[in-house]
Ligand binder design. Structure first.
Ligand code: NAI
Ligand code: MG
Length: 491
């Protein structure tokens, strides 16, 4: 295990400014902010810091791009789809560069960055296929009536995204919004603006008209808030914490009642039944929590294990966690890079302390790796009880919490006893049991014998405080169009 950054190549930083109207701009207020390499804690570069004034400028550009006579609005749906496919092909063309930039800024392994970029390109292609398939309905009315519906773009869409999957979250947001013909103001997370700015340059290269995609780096309370409260933004889509999700929805309600979709956190249960293939279950549970350094809204942060297989499962899970390779994300043998910031790093260590204090048993990990960067050892807690903080709150760090259960009735209740409802999973060979769990678990996605089985064509989103609205699939489009009803009296 090593946390040095020796293999990091010299990645050229090409774009650090604000992207409005297909042009690069300095921040109007004249400020910049630091972007940090999480593997070292050192500065990568300074980026222009967008504020309210820059958001205003972007809204003006976007509004113009959305004029009924604009080049964007006049495009045939198929031509719109072709632009999206072109953008997807540019992501694939530049995957070597873009994956290194993502890894430098985010700390995930280069292999993981590449996986995200392929997923992103496929997402844009998937939505490009929808442009000419979004049909309305004709609806039976009175004999002298003709009724039909049209799907129309909402308009200027604000999109505020997090740092855990910078390119992927951008694509999930751009795909359905562009497919429906909207125009966009996207704010990447202040921790990870670099790949979003590069993708902005690819939007221009692909041929999107000026003002269709605008990218404003900046912080949450100023730049993100300027989007949520703006009177002339028609919709805001947000992915991030529950705390900020509530602020975004409140700001939207208090300003112009813009449409809101929220994809927030989780405390997702993974339930291992007594008939599970233990080998499969142990590996699945490991990947389900530790993948992406556990910086995932779907992270399986409550692993419920049947008492009959508990001891064996625990022993094998500890063994696997101890073997996990943590270190330089540019090293091809690395499985887990650093956490994103000093703040997240401290916060996770704080949760580990609270687990110990509350009486959970720390089986392995629980401390940092190396002396610089934000690396944390894969950590396993057993003897975790439902009311402990580590079993209730989103940790967003490499901490596996194992809880024991005896009956299926009991575990369904316990799994659902949370304010979240993003994902859940059950491992069993019994079909009836699997289907019973699938029906009764309160979560936007339920996986059986699998985890994080997220794909472009199937919807993804939360129950309860994990948010509302869906991303991906046909349902994802519904967040980005208005339905107009036209009624004609045949006189
Ligand atoms: P955050 O919710 O503060 O940040 C997410 C995005 O929201 C960023 O672009 C940020 O600039 C923006 N933002 C922050 N304050 C805002 C405001 N007042 N108005 C509008 N936009 C605002 O998340 P943060 O602080 O980075 O992480 C805190 C916790 O949130 C994590 O520990 C994790 O539990 C959760 N989280 C969940 C994510 C998910 O995928 N659902 C992603 C990132 C964080
Ligand atoms: Mg925050």
């Amino acid at each position: 295990m090593s946390s040095t950054n020796s293999k990091a190549p010299n990645v050229e930083i090409k774009y650090t400014q604000i992207f409005i109207n297909n042009e690069w701009h300095k921040a109007t207020a004249g400020k910049t902010f630091q972007v940090i390499n999480p593997s070292t804690g050192e500065e990568i570069c300074q980026v222009e810091e967008g504020t309210r004034v820059d958001v205003d400028k972007a809204v003006q550009a976007a509004r113009k791009a959305f004029d009924i006579d604009s080049p964007w609005r006049k495009l045939e749906p198929v031509a719109r789809g072709n632009l999206m496919r072109k953008l997807a092909s540019l992501l694939r063309r530049d995957i070597e560069y873009l994956s290194k930039l993502e890894t430098l800024n985010n700390g995930k392994s280069v292999q993981d960055s590449k996986g995200d970029i392929f997923f992103s390109a496929d997402c844009l292609d998937y939505y490009a296929g929808w442009v000419d398939k979004m049909v309305g309905e004709t609806i039976p009315g009175a004999q002298d009536q003709m009724i039909y519906t049209r799907h129309e773009p909402i308009g200027v869409c604000g999109q505020i995204i997090p740092w855990n999957y910078p390119i992927l979250m951008m694509s999930w947001k751009l795909g359905p919004a562009l497919a429906c013909g909207n125009v966009i103001i996207l704010k990447p997370a202040e921790q990870t603006p670099l790949t979003a700015l590069y993708v902005a340059s690819l939007c221009k290269e692909a041929g999107f008209p000026p003002g269709v995609v605008n990218v404003i780096p900046g912080d949450g309370p100023e730049c993100g808030n300027a989007i949520s409260v703006h009177q002339d933004i028609d919709k805001v889509a947000f992915t991030g914490s529950v705390e900020v999700g509530k602020k975004v929805q409140e700001a939207a309600a208090k300003s112009n009642l813009k449409r809101v979709s929220l994809e927030l956190g989780g405390k997702s249960p993974l339930i291992i039944c007594e008939d599970a293939d233990l080998d499969h279950a142990v590996k699945l549970a490991h990947r389900a929590i530790f993948g992406n350094a556990a910086q995932r809204c779907t992270a399986a942060s409550r692993t419920f294990v049947h008492s009959k297989i508990y001891d064996e499962f625990v022993a094998r899970s500890i063994e696997l966690a101890k073997k996990r390779v943590v270190g330089d994300p540019f090293d091809s043998s690395t499985e887990q890079g650093p956490q994103i910031t000093a703040e997240q790093f401290e916060r996770i260590l704080g949760y580990i302390e609270s687990g110990k204090k509350d009486g959970a048993k720390l089986e392995c990990g629980g401390e940092r790796v190396g002396k610089k960067g934000y690396f944390i050892k894969p950590t396993v807690f057993t003897n975790v009880k439902d009311d402990m903080k580590i079993a209730r709150e989103e940790i967003f760090g490499p901490v596996m919490s194992i809880l024991k259960f005896d009956s299926y009735e009991e575990v369904i209740k316990r799994a659902n006893n949370t304010t979240f409802g993003l994902a859940a999973s059950v491992v069993t060979k019994d079909l009836t049991r699997a289907l019973t769990f699938a029906q009764r678990l309160q979560a936007g996605s339920v996986w059986v014998n699998d985890y994080d089985a997220v794909c472009n064509q199937a919807p993804f989103g939360g129950y309860k405080q994990s948010g509302h609205g869906r991303e991906l699939g046909r349902y994802g489009l519904e967040e980005y169009y208005e339905v107009k009803t036209v009624v004609i009296k045949l006189i």
